[in-house]
Structures are given as structure tokens and as C-alpha cells.
Design a protein around this ligand. Structure first.
Ligand code: 13P
Length: 338
């Protein structure tokens, strides 16, 4: 099966200096657009489900769909919780079989962010789930803002704090605030590359750029060269999906078949994802033989007729036992911390 942890995927990206795109899914068509792009370009891919999107997407219902699609895809896929805001959401994601989670403690003061992130890392690592955290604050929302958002330098990631944060929490990947915003930009995005380089030097772990819509190809390439291994993209996909639907309705104002519009949205999303995969350098990285084959084995498994040969996941009982123990200990600590 091609469902892999984000940690192993990002290790390859770091070693071979490219970035894996993490694209938000909201429905089956967006998932199909993303996976079709990945398969056509032979690219690893991260499928994001964001807590801020829970009003559009049912995480418990969508996770098995992503897992099934990932099993069938001949490329490695990580199923990732984007901007998880609480221990409860993280645990729900683990139970759904996410291979990685982001705990976004950026609204907390440094000490609290470290304390909470560390606990989440302990829980997630006990069941082999990768953890991304955020230090500093990337402003904006996941939805396009008509007026755009501005980066706020006072919330940029401090390289010294990043070094301490990574050491003390044990996170696998770090989302940094270096000038990007979620949603549309007010004015030109201006990335603080010196800061990014210093964070990369001090932390030496895969760095994550949120707010990938609206960044120039040159800036992406420079950021990836400096240590960015994962880029989150959503707004551009949404804009392209809506534009495709508008154009179709302009051409065919009488159209009443809504699945046709969903297919337009899917095609728009696929175009954006393909373009970004080329820019991020992940396109072609699954061309066999590839170091990714060691973790993915999707092509080989795809050829297996005998299902018995496929590796079996850990039993539910074992997972429940490990998770319950870790949660009980974390909850005890959280209540003492109050
Ligand atoms: P954009 O919506 O700005 O592309 O950002 C996506 C993101 O960072 C999701 O976490």
C-alpha cells in the first residue's frame, strides 16, 4: 500500500532537495484531482484535511476514502491532519489512521507551545505517527480573503527559539513564519530568506511553508534550496476550481447537472497541483528505481494478485492499548499543567 508516514517522505525530500506538496481535500473530487496529478507526474503527495475545514469535510468519513485511494495509487501518499488545534482532534486523527498530524500551538506562548507539542509528539510517536508543529505565526485563514492578508514580522519564527523548540519537543517537521500568509496576499509576498536559512541551520529538520498560494516559482525554489521540504497549498486550488465552474456556467448558463461542475472543479484542482509539483521538484521523484520505493512499494504491491502477501497493519486492539496509555498519561499531565 502506498500510504506512508510523512517523516520518511520528508527525509527523502530533504536528502534530494525537493518539497512535497500538501494539498487540502474537501470532497472526493478534490482528492481525485490531487491523486491523479500525483500519479501522472510520479510524485509523492501529502493529502491534508484541515480542522478549519471540518464544516465542509467529515474527517471520519473522508479518511477511509483517502486510505483506499492511497492503496490503489502507485505513488506514496501521506494522510495528514492540517492545523490540529487540540489533543482531542489529534487523537481522532490517529484513530482514523492518519499517518501524520500537525499540532498548531502557535497561539500559545513559547513555553506552553513546547509543553503541549512535546506531549503530542510522545503520543503520536508511540503509534508511529509523524508530527509537524508551528512556531511563530502564519496569519490568515484557509479561505480566500477578498482583501488579502499581510505578513506580520513580529510573529516571525525566531531561529534561536526554533532550535530550542525542536530539541525539546522532538517534532519531525517545523512550520515556520517567514513572510507567507494563508489565503490571498495583500501586496507582494516577501520571504525572509536569511531567517529561513538560519532556522534551517539551527534545526536541521524538514521545514514547512504554509500559505503556498501566491508565492513565485523563484521564491519557492530558493526556499526549497534552503531546507523547505513541504509546502501547503489550498487557496490557489479553490480559486481555480471556482474559475472553472464560472467559465462553464458562462458557456452553458442552462446547465443543471451539478456533478458536471464538480468535474470542472476537479480539473482545475488537478492543474494547480500538477503545476506546483513541477515547481516543488517532486514530479518524477517516484520514477523507479527511486529511494522512495523502499518505503512505498506501491508498484510491487499493485502487481500482487495474492492479497495475503500484502503487509498487515497493526491490530486495532494493539493500537487502542498503546493510544489509551499515552492519552491517559498526557491527560494527567495536562490537568496538572492547568
Ligand atoms: P494557502 O491557502 O494560502 O495556499 O495556504 C494553505 C495552507 O497553508 C494550509 O495549511
Amino acid at each position: 500500500m502506498a500510504l506512508v508516514t510523512m517523516k520518511e517522505m520528508l527525509e527523502d525530500a530533504k536528502r534530494r532537495r525537493y518539497a512535497v506538496g500538501a494539498f487540502n481535500v474537501l470532497n472526493i473530487e478534490s482528492l481525485q484531482g490531487i491523486l491523479e496529478a500525483a500519479v501522472e507526474l510520479k510524485s509523492p503527495v501529502i493529502v491534508n484535511i484541515a480542522e478549519v475545514h471540518f464544516k465542509y469535510v467529515d474527517m471520519e468519513a473522508m479518511a477511509p476514502v483517502v486510505q483506499r485511494a492511497a492503496q490503489l495509487a502507485p505513488v506514496p501518499v501521506a494522510l495528514h491532519l492540517d492545523h490540529g488545534l487540540s489533543l482531542q482532534t489529534i487523537v481522532r486523527a490517529i484513530r482514523c489512521g492518519f499517518t501524520s498530524v500537525m499540532f498548531d500551538g502557535s497561539m500559545y506562548p513559547l513555553e506552553e507551545n513546547i509543553r503541549l507539542t512535546k506531549q503530542i509528539v510522545e503520543i503520536c510517536h508511540s503509534v508511529g505517527v509523524t508530527v509537524e508543529a508551528e512556531l511563530g505565526y502564519v496569519p490568515g485563514t484557509e479561505s480566500p480573503r477578498p482583501n488579502g492578508t499581510e505578513a506580520q514580522p513580529e510573529f516571525f519564527t525566531d531561529p534561536e527559539e526554533a532550535e530550542r523548540f525542536v530539541k525539546e519537543t522532538g517534532v519531525d517537521a517545523l512550520a515556520v513564519a517567514v513572510g507567507t500568509v494563508h489565503g490571498l496576499y495583500k501586496g507582494e509576498p516577501k520571504i525572509d530568506f536569511d531567517r529561513l536559512a538560519e532556522i534551517a541551520r539551527r534545526t536541521n529538520i524538514p521545514l514547512v511553508l504554509h500559505g503556498g498560494s501566491g508565492i513565485s516559482d523563484e521564491d519557492f525554489k530558493r526556499a526549497i534550496e534552503l531546507g523547505v521540504c513541504k509546502v501547503n497549498v489550498y487557496t490557489q486550488m479553490s480559486i481555480e476550481a471556482v474559475n472553472r465552474i464560472k467559465r462553464r456556467l458562462e458557456r452553458e448558463p442552462e446547465l443543471i447537472n451539478f456533478p458536471e461542475l464538480l468535474l470542472e472543479a476537479k480539473a482545475g484542482i488537478k492543474d494547480v497541483v500538477k503545476r506546483q509539483m513541477e515547481v516543488f521538484g517532486s514530479a518524477g521523484k517516484c520514477e523507479s528505481p527511486s529511494p522512495l520505493c523502499n518505503m512505498c512499494r506501491a508498484c510491487r504491491l499493485g502487481r500482487l494478485r495474492d492479497r495475503e502477501e500484502a503487509p498487515q497493519p497493526a491490530s486495532d486492539e494493539r493500537l487502542i492499548e498503546v493510544i489509551s496509555k499515552a492519552i491517559a498519561s498526557a491527560l494527567r499531565e495536562w490537568s496538572h499543567g492547568d
